[in-house]
Design a binder for this molecule. Structure first.
Ligand code: NAI
Length: 345
């Protein structure tokens, strides 16, 4: 029996983890609290910790986990920007779920985009109030518009396919362009200058942090629509708000927010929101915010639990590889992931 403690547990992810855990002799303890320096002690006596996007897995937390004999950090998400993988190297293995439903995220990006451009969120509220006026609800056709996609991995490519179905012209930027993909790659500057809509699908790294800042926004077309379903840190939220106030940005669709960690996933209704920037963004008529729900489909939840349990099992087998390990051996996780055929250490 492998014992794992699952931090930041939510009612929607517990049933699938319980189901797949029982099937494979992995016992989960569910904790509502997030993992951080104050809560790491709760991992004492467990073989693995299972964490999500807003858990803090920094060097101090990793050192404690190592001291407590925890041998695995199992991320139940794709992004791993909240884990200090370099510190974990040689101490605690780190695995993630590279893909659980890229369709879920790409489709949510489109849902946000359609709702925003066609003012569905406004119309919904109006008609519930028997207000059938069309004033202020004018949108624009997707057909013929240019969409700039940043990051053409699993999610970005599905997003591109859907956009093509609408008859949009797709241009893209990726640090590592996919060969023979038929994607029209351009420089980041050109993408900013030409796009009517910009959608972010790249990871958050030191290089990509605030890639949408005041300089980038300055290069964009007036009325550009920005969609971020990737990671909040890709967008400088203050610069975004400024761009909206200056009428440069036509609309923003945000499923992620840089300072979301203590806000998103929780019911804060009835409380005063301490984050004035987020409150201001939400108050804008042309901003739609969802709270990191792009992944939230039944298919994705099952895939997340099944893959995480398989990852855990593979890491506690003595031989072979740790499935989906984020290996830091050569300092290049993406390359290591593709090339290594054994455990990271
Ligand atoms: P992926 O790894 O398949 O694709 C990422 C792409 O970004 C790759 O093509 C890579 O070459 C490219 N890239 C890397 N560095 C770049 C840079 N500096 N500039 C431009 N492109 C760069 O990842 P996938 O599955 O498509 O996920 C994309 C992102 O979506 C994840 O990193 C994660 O942050 C986010 N995500 C959000 C979810 C949500 O619920 N909102 C759920 C799942 C993922």
């Amino acid at each position: 029996m492998i014992k794992a403690v699952l931090y930041d547990a939510k009612e929607y992810d517990m049933p699938s983890f319980e189901h797949y855990g029982k099937m494979h002799d992995v016992q989960f303890r569910f904790l509502e609290t997030k993992l951080n320096e104050d809560t790491v002690d709760l991992a004492k006596g467990y073989d693995a910790v299972c964490v999500f996007v807003n858990d803090t897995v920094n060097a101090a937390v990793i050192e404690k986990l190592y001291e407590y004999g925890v041998r695995l950090i199992a991320l139940r998400c794709a992004g791993y920007n909240n884990v200090d993988v370099q510190t974990a190297f040689g101490k605690v293995h780190v695995v993630h779920v590279p893909a659980y439903s890229p369709y879920a995220v790409a489709e949510h990006a489109i849902a946000l985009l359609l709702a925003s451009v066609r003012r569905i969120h406004k119309a919904y509220n109006r008609t519930r109030d028997f207000n059938f006026s069309l004033s202020g609800l004018t949108g624009f056709d997707f057909h013929g518009k240019t969409v700039g996609v940043i990051g053409t991995g699993k999610i970005g490519r599905i997003f591109i396919d859907i956009c093509r179905g609408f008859g949009m012209k797709v241009i893209a930027y990726d640090r590592f362009p996919a060969k023979d993909s038929g994607i029209d790659y351009v420089s980041l500057d050109e993408l900013f200058e030409r796009s009517d809509i910009i959608s972010l699908h790249c990871p958050l790294t030191d290089e990509t942090r605030h890639m949408i800042g005041s300089e980038a926004i300055g290069q964009m077309k007036k009325g550009v629509v920005i969609v971020n379903t990737s990671r909040g840190g890709l967008v400088d939220a203050e610069a975004l708000l400024e761009g909206i106030k200056m009428r440069k940005i036509g609309a923003a669709c945000l499923d992620v927010y840089e300072e979301e960690a203590d806000i998103f996933f929780e019911d804060r209704s009835g409380h005063i929101l301490n984050d004035e920037l987020l409150a201001r963004l939400i108050s804008m008529p042309n901003v739609i915010v969802t709270s990191h729900q792009a992944f939230l489909t039944e298919e994705a939840l099952n895939n997340i639990a099944e893959t995480t349990v398989n990852n855990i099992l593979s890491c506690f087998e003595n031989d072979g590889i740790c499935d989906n390990e984020l290996c830091y051996r050569c300092g290049n996780i993406e390359r290591c992931k593709k090339e290594r055929k054994e455990k990271c250490f």
